[in-house]
Ligand binder design. Structure first.
Ligand code: LIP
Length: 264
């Protein structure tokens, strides 16, 4: 937990100090808007070099690099800049996400052990250890009490392909009239930390990658939130829903009734 925080802060210092006035896109992935910047790559390279020094026998799964196998049974799951589009545009909502899991690299079979999410613009750092609780800059966190869906502030996000976004637009149009309001922060790890801090009542998103979810999901769980998928499935790329148990039950029913985990 302490090492995850140290690594996240170190990468955050690089991202913060090295941000040029105009950030350039160095590559794209699933679509022309799914961008990678030179800083994404540089920050992950720093994280990998620190892990080689401090945890040489552990495996590494990172958003921007190849899977590095290990022999210890532990895998570090890295998102060097979660919220890359916000970083590109200078919108102050992007984070370094560092988690360590038992097992890996298949997220369906791993158990998150510890994690840290470091908000680069303002330096806030969330940490969590399995069974050890969740903290924001050392202060213990507790998820909001459940409240009716109509009074809940709900976070969500959208993918990068037209097909997936068409489906997500249909779904959010069903959800919006039934909740207090919607927030689209643009970084899943910060959405999940907002659940832990009480800044959101609920969060749902389809299409999260393992590195989007690994650290923030543990922070939310250790703050007392339920983090799940639909139809009894675990949280993952098909769907992630997070919040207090009673509210998650209401939201998952609504999402299931609207076919949220099927289609694009
Ligand atoms: C982002 C996620 C966010 C999602 C964005 C994007 P990235 O991750 O954290 O929840 O809505 O579309 O996928 O690509 O910035 O690492």
């Amino acid at each position: 937990m302490e090492l995850a925080a140290r690594l996240a802060r170190a990468a955050g210092d690089l991202v913060r100090s090295g941000r040029p006035d105009r950030v350039l896109v160095s590559a794209t992935k699933s679509s022309a808007t799914d961008v990678v910047t030179e800083m994404d790559v540089a920050a992950e390279a720093l994280l990998r070099s620190l892990l080689a020094e401090h945890r040489p026998d552990d495996a590494i799964l990172g958003e921007e690099g190849e899977f590095h196998p290990g022999s210890s049974g532990l895998t570090w799951v890295l998102d060097p800049i979660d919220g890359t589009v916000n970083y590109l545009y200078g919108i102050p909502a992007y984070a370094v996400s560092v988690a360590v899991v038992a097992g890996g690299p298949d997220p369906a079979t791993w158990t998150a052990v510890a994690g840290a999410v470091h908000a680069v613009p303002d330096g806030r750092t969330w940490t969590a250890g399995r069974g050890l609780g969740a903290y924001l800059d050392g202060n213990r966190l507790r998820v909001n009490d459940a409240r009716p869906l109509a009074e809940s502030l709900v976070g969500t996000g959208f993918g990068y392909t037209r097909q997936r976004r068409t489906e997500q637009a249909r779904l959010v149009a069903e959800v919006l009239p039934l909740v207090r309001d919607i927030r689209r922060i643009g970084a899943a790890s910060l959405d999940l930390c907002a659940i832990a801090t009480g800044g959101l009542d609920l969060y749902y998103e389809r299409g999260l990658k393992p590195w989007d979810l690994a650290a923030g999901g543990l922070v939310a769980q250790e703050a007392g939130a339920v983090v799940t998928g639909l139809h009894g499935a675990p949280a993952g790329e098909q769907m992630t829903v997070a919040g207090p148990a009673a509210s998650v039950l209401e939201l998952t029913r609504l999402l299931e009734q609207n076919g949220a985990a099927s289609g694009a």
